[in-house]
Structure formats: C-alpha cells, structure tokens
Design a protein around this ligand. Structure first.
Ligand code: LHQ
Length: 260
C-alpha cells in the first residue's frame, strides 16, 4: 500500500504508523484519515502484525482536524464529515483485537488527543502536551473524546479539560491518569519499542480477548462480567499458547507464544 500522509514500518511483529504531515503538527486531512483507517484494517488482517504503534513525525503527535483544509472545503456537514472520515478510523482502532500504543512525541490536540486516548497504552515524551481543543473553536469533543476522556481522567477533570480547552503538559497528564508513562523525549522510541516487544511476545489471542473483556466489563453488571469471562476463557483455554504458558511455567523457562 502506498501512503501519502503516513509511514508504515514493520519489524518483529510490531507495525509503527507515523503520522507524517509535520508542517501542520500532523493535522488530519481526509487523505490521512482514510489512510490511517486502511492501515489499521491491514494490521487487523495481518497474521504477522501483533502490536500497533502510532506516533507523529516532527514535533507534534497530532493536532486534530486540519482546520485549513476544513475551511477550504467550504465547511461541509460536520456530522456527515465525522461519520465518513472519523468513524471508520476510530471504530477500527478501538475494535482492533491487538495491543495498541500511542507514542506521544509532542502535542496531541482535538481529535489528535482522541487518537492517543483510543490506544491501549500511552507512552509520552516529556515534550508531549494534551489539549481538548474543540471548545476553542466552539465545538464539543468528538471522535470518541466524550467516551474516552471521563473514563481515563474521571468526570471532574474531563469537564475541566473539555470546557477550558487548556494545554496540559506530560507530567500533569501522568498525574491525571491520561498516560501510562513519561520518558525523556530522546528515549521515547526506545521505551516504546521495549513495551511493544513485550506485548509482541505475549499470547496474541489472550491479549485480544483481554481487551474485549475489560472493555465489556466496564459496562456490565458483576454477574454478567462473570458470565462473559467464562465464555471468553473457553476460547483462550483452547489455544496452544495456553498450553505453552503452563508448560513453560512448569519447566521454569520463558514461554514462546506463537499465536495459535
Ligand atoms: C495546524 C493545525 C490544525 C491546520 C497546527 N490544522 N494547521 C472534526 C471534524 C471537523 C471539524 C472540526 O473538528 C474536528 C475535530 C477536531 O480535531 S477539532 C480540533 C482541531 N484542532 C485544533 O483546534 C488545534 C489547532 N492547533 C493549535 O491550537 C496549536 O497549533 C497547538 C496548540 C496544537 C500547537 O501550538 P504551537 O506549538 O504553538 O504550534 P503552532 O500553532 O505554531 O502550529 C505549527 C503549525 O502547524 C502552524 O502552521 P504555520 O504555517 O503557521 O507554521 C499551524 O497553523 C499548524 N497547525 N494545528 N489543526
């Protein structure tokens, strides 16, 4: 697949997609949104791809909707625009049954912040900043932010971020539970690669099911969660990786999970 606005790199089961419009701090134009959605779909279908990393080229992670392109397009019906260009990307990313990591190298604003939040892990450089930019242009949070933000930072901070639209730095994001880890900018690639490697060595089926179960668990009654766990566990227990995990424990060695 040929991309104009993103880069695809793949090594050792880890696919890294780099948003590549650095002159706009990686703002989303229609092409980028379509290319990202296509790339995530490709990761979903690939047997070799075990982990997805998203990051940005240059000094930004993603600055949200390209406001210049949006203005020039004559402000189309916004609901229609979201359904057509944003939903396919965010639904695919959220639904991807493989671990995802946002390596947040710089500012993540508006839908760019949603993109980071829609990943399973966020490793932030100390240069990262986060902004619910929507209110600054008279909009409400979209691209999943109303769902993701209160779940990550809680109701009070979600309202504060969404209503004030302030930029917060990486340390604040860490204290508020928005990111998993903050690392010096020059170590971001290395730290992300180490996490990605660990996840790529994990049992793929179980990792996918864990993701599904935790998501559903947050919205279920306790009784329903027990039921759903038992149902998914039946799929996990049937894998070779499960047998390998037990054998490795008993033989006092590291497991080799092969995704079967
Ligand atoms: C940009 C952008 C950008 C274009 C920086 N677009 N050029 C969905 C559907 C439809 C409509 C609306 O919204 C949505 C969802 C959304 O995402 S709404 C939120 C859209 N995003 C924003 O409102 C953020 C706008 N950007 C900013 O507030 C600042 O650029 C931040 C705080 C992100 C970074 O500030 P600085 O570090 O001071 O950088 P800068 O402002 O100087 O930006 C560098 C360049 O990037 C600059 O271009 P220039 O040619 O002057 O060097 C900016 O114009 C360009 N840029 N964001 N979203």
């Amino acid at each position: 697949m040929d991309f104009q606005t993103i880069r695809w790199d793949e090594a050792d089961g880890v696919v890294t997609l780099t948003l590549n419009r650095p002159e706009t701090l990686n703002a989303f134009n229609n092409t980028m949104l379509e290319e990202l959605a296509g790339a995530v779909e490709r990761v979903a279908r690939s047997r070799d791809a075990r982990v997805l990393v998203l990051t940005g080229a240059g000094r930004g992670f993603a600055s949200g909707q390209d406001l210049k392109a949006y203005q020039e397009s004559g402000s189309p019906d916004l609901g229609e625009h979201l359904h057509r260009y944003y939903d396919p990307l965010f639904e695919r990313l959220w639904g991807l049954e493989k671990p995802t990591i946002a390596a947040v190298n710089g500012v993540a604003a508006g839908a760019g912040m949603s993109l980071a939040m829609a990943c399973d892990f966020r490793v932030a450089a100390d240069t990262a900043r986060f902004m619910q930019a929507f209110v600054r242009i008279g909009l409400i949070p979209d691209s999943g932010s109303t769902y993701l933000l209160p779940r990550l930072v809680g109701y009070a901070r979600a309202l504060e971020l969404a209503m004030l639209g302030d930029l917060i730095d990486a340390q604040t994001a860490l204290a508020w539970g928005l990111v998993n880890k903050v690392v010096p900018a020059e170590r971001l690639a290395e730290e992300t690669a180490a996490l990605a490697r660990r996840l790529a060595e994990g049992p793929p089926k179980a990792l996918g099911l864990i993701k599904r179960a935790i998501r559903r668990g947050a919205q279920q009654s306790f009784r329903d969660a027990l039921e759903y766990e038992a149902w998914l566990q039946a799929a996990a227990v049937a894998t070779e990786d499960h047998r390998e995990g037990i054998a490795a424990f008993l033989e006092k060695r590291a497991p080799r999970f092969r995704g079967r």
